[in-house]
Design a protein around this ligand. Structure first.
Ligand SMILES: [Zn+2]
Length: 400
């Protein structure tokens, strides 16, 4: 068990579903929001809108005046109107609006995300306010994982990005090929064909990620993919196939990629992962400890560059010497520079794995990744739901 939620988990905004006629209801509010954005009306309105613009999958972020803390670029309705006025707010399709929810029932504030990828004027206007559209992966690395407020902001941005990107990849009905239209304030879609009317919900793509542990509990199987930065080793992972249980996916992936047979599979924790491949904006990483029945490795070179057993001591050293905090501060400084217009580069993906780990011959991903927590839980012998102890006493789940 980990003490803090994983990056992208623990979203403080909950979508509630009040009656459609209530001002805070998604159905009502999307019309209010769109009407207010295109109309000349000004002054306070109820509900009070907080709007987070996105551009090509990147949330608007701002730099703090002190310290290296980024924050999301929430705009009030008035601000959003001001930035959109010179362009064509009315041109934004329903797909561009996504209802995120409220923070609590009594609160009159409703949170929305808007995709403004088609609106060019917004960028220069916001640049003057030290706002900038930043890659979510960059924000992920830049987030202080001990800061629950910042982690909450990251989770909100991840949820919003997953929904907006899902709209981009579900423009047509998979059944009849007609266009889809947004429904329930962007939380589902519906086929526009009167004959079909198929309802389409955001999909989540589950991925198993497993730390394979040897029989004696002394070493773990870590692997390298060719896309990894040098010296980085991590857990095995793979997509679940249709008709397969999570445990079966863990065993199959491990066998296919490394030739290792897995027996017992123990659930650890899960992490939403909205920063994966573009076509799958809403992955869910499901983390396991997987206990090996064999030791001999036979690496599938198509899938992996290498896979090796690493002793607890070596992995502990890798964790001890990796400069995760430095990497986080470096990323935070870059976000600040981007927001202040000092650094023009929008894509910092090359700097994603900036943890140098200079002192260790290997390092593992930073605390923003579930792999980090699987590995550090094992190194520190943190019990997983008490199952570690049960395992010693009661044998195995390997026949499941
Ligand atoms: Zn259809």
């Amino acid at each position: 068990m980990i003490s803090n939620p994983h990056a992208f988990a623990g979203n403080p905004i909950r979508s509630k579903t009040p009656k459609p006629s209530e001002p805070a209801s998604p159905q009502y509010a999307v019309q209010t929001l769109k009407t207010l954005l295109v109309s000349g009306q000004s002054g306070p309105v109820s509900p009070d809108f907080r709007i987070l613009p996105f551009r090509k999958g990147r949330p608007l972020a701002g730099s703090a005046t002190e310290g290296l803390k980024w924050h999301l670029g929430w705009l009030s309705l008035g601000e959003c109107k001001a930035y959109l006025e010179s362009s064509e707010a009315g041109r934004l399709s329903d797909d561009a609006f996504v209802y995120l929810g409220c923070k609590n029932q009594e609160d009159d504030v409703v949170y929305w995300a808007i995709d403004v990828s088609e609106v060019s004027e917004l960028v220069t206007e916001l640049g003057a306010r030290h706002f900038c559209f930043v890659e979510l992966r960059t924000l992920m690395v830049a987030t202080d994982w001990a800061d629950s407020t910042a982690m909450g902001e990251l989770a909100i941005a991840g949820h919003a990005r997953a929904l907006l990107e899902w709209h981009n990849t579900s423009r047509f009905c998979g059944y009849c090929g007609c266009k889809t239209v947004a429904a329930e304030a962007g939380r589902r879609k519906q086929c526009s064909s009167e004959l079909c009317k198929k309802r389409i919900y955001p999909r989540v793509d589950p991925v198993v990620i497993m730390l394979v542990i040897d029989k004696d509990n002394d070493s773990v199987l870590l692997s390298r993919q060719s896309r990894f930065v040098p010296r980085m080793w991590s857990c095995l992972a793979g997509f679940i196939e249709p008709g397969e249980s999570l445990e079966e996916a863990v065993r199959r992936e491990t066998w296919e990629e490394t030739g290792i047979e897995v027996g017992e599979v123990v659930y650890h924790s899960s992490q939403p992962w909205p920063v994966g491949a573009g076509s799958m904006p809403c992955q869910l990483m499901v983390g396991f400890f997987a206990y090996a029945k064999t030791l001999e490795i036979n690496v599938d070179k198509e899938e992996l560059e290498d896979a090796k057993w690493h002793s607890r001591e070596d992995v502990r050293k890798a964790l001890t010497f990796a400069e995760y905090k430095k990497a986080q501060l470096t990323a935070a400084a870059k976000v600040e520079q981007m927001c202040k217009g000092v650094e023009k580069g929008q894509n910092l993906s090359a700097d994603f794995n900036v943890e140098s780990g200079e002192l260790a011959p290997m390092f593992i991903p930073g605390p923003f990744a579930i792999a980090h927590h699987l590995i550090s839980s094992w190194v520190n012998e943190v019990p997983v739901n008490g199952v570690e102890a049960q395992k010693q006493a009661a044998g195995s789940l390997s026949n499941l």
